[in-house]
Design a binder for this molecule. Structure first.
Ligand SMILES: [Zn+2]
Length: 330
């Protein structure tokens, strides 16, 4: 069963919004069962469920993005190294005895009350992390301090806190739907140019896809996420950066302007207008018109250490297909 769930989880991440009905049902079930787990931890510890959901999702995402970590097999994505779980000096690295684990200062914990602290048990794993955070406190600021001491990386703490805000805002875990960045009915065109010699708004190589459209055509958030950046850059012009729940950063450049009231820290949903297509950039703030109006759309993945650009083109194709299918269904 465990293996089956892991397969389902993996597949859902490789092929988002897979259309098979049976599959969709299974996936829904995974979200429900995860939510049950988070709520059970909340009931015992008073740690709001959305923080546990955010930590769990962060860890799940980095495990998918990295080769040095084993893939998540259960409902929870949190990974503890065996020696971290059992305690550094514990001679039994597979120890499941809560008493000896505690004696050796391991993080392992018996969360489901079966007398064993089992690193393969989802409830034990989530409770272990929760117990660690409890040593700091259950309010926002202390959770942040606890996270910083655990990960020792500002960006990771920021990403997790952002996810918690997204989950709290929507009150659910299923936030995988996407939208195409400009309205499908607008006149637009794009080609696969990722990796070409630098175009407009890329970094070293062309780190994105240019979607050509008329000046002022609405630019929309492509997923559920949080606005991480908004402002001017000499090359990118007016830009917005949005982080989704899979640690992916979505970058929108050369905008004509921003949606009214759009703010850093704001939670957005797929299809929400964030600005307009423009030709800003390549000069001091306000410079515009040095090239034809287009949206530069980039995607970046964070793996807990570093962030890299990947090709948005296949995703754009998929999202436009999916959105068309949704519109058809009505
Ligand atoms: Zn570009």
């Amino acid at each position: 069963m465990r293996y089956f769930i892991a397969l389902v989880v993996c597949f859902s991440l490789i092929i988002p919004n897979f259309t098979s009905k049976a599959f969709a049902g299974e996936q829904e079930n995974v979200y429900e069962r995860r939510m049950e787990l988070y709520k059970r931890v909340e009931a015992v510890t008073n740690l709001p469920w959305y923080y546990m959901a955010a930590i769990d999702q962060y860890e799940r995402s980095i495990r998918l993005a990295r080769k040095d970590l084993p893939k998540a097999e259960g409902l929870s994505g949190i990974y503890f190294r065996p020696e971290e779980w059992a305690g550094l000096l514990n001679p039994d690295i597979q120890d499941t005895n809560p008493v000896s684990i505690q004696f050796f200062n391991g993080i392992g914990f018996d969360g489901n009350g079966d007398g064993k602290a089992d690193v393969r048990d989802d409830e034990d794993v989530l409770h272990a992390f929760a117990q660690y955070l409890l040593t700091y406190g259950t309010d926002h600021d202390n959770i942040k301090i606890g996270l910083w001491n655990y990960y020792k990386r500002d960006k990771t703490v920021g990403i997790i806190i952002g996810k918690a805000k997204i989950y709290k805002h929507f009150g659910r875990l299923d936030l995988e739907q996407h939208a195409f960045p400009v309205p499908l009915r607008s006149n637009h065109s794009y080609k696969n140019t990722w990796g070409d010699a630098r175009g407009w708004g890329g970094r070293r190589i062309h780190e994105g896809t240019d979607i050509f459209a008329g000046y002022g055509v609405p630019v929309r958030a492509t997923g559920y996420g949080i606005v991480e950046m908004k402002g001017w850059n000499r090359f990118g012009g007016w830009r917005v950066g949005i982080r989704d729940i899979n640690n992916t950063y979505h970058y929108f450049a050369h905008l004509s302007g921003f949606a009214k009231d759009l703010q850093v820290g704001q939670v957005v949903e797929p299809g929400q207008v964030i600005g307009g297509v423009g030709s800003s950039g390549y000069g001091p703030p306000g410079t515009s018109g040095k090239f034809p109006p287009h949206l530069h759309y980039g995607m970046y993945k964070d793996n807990g250490y570093t962030e890299w650009s990947f090709d948005p083109y296949p995703h754009l194709r998929l999202w436009s297909r999916e959105e068309r299918a949704r519109l058809k269904k009505g």
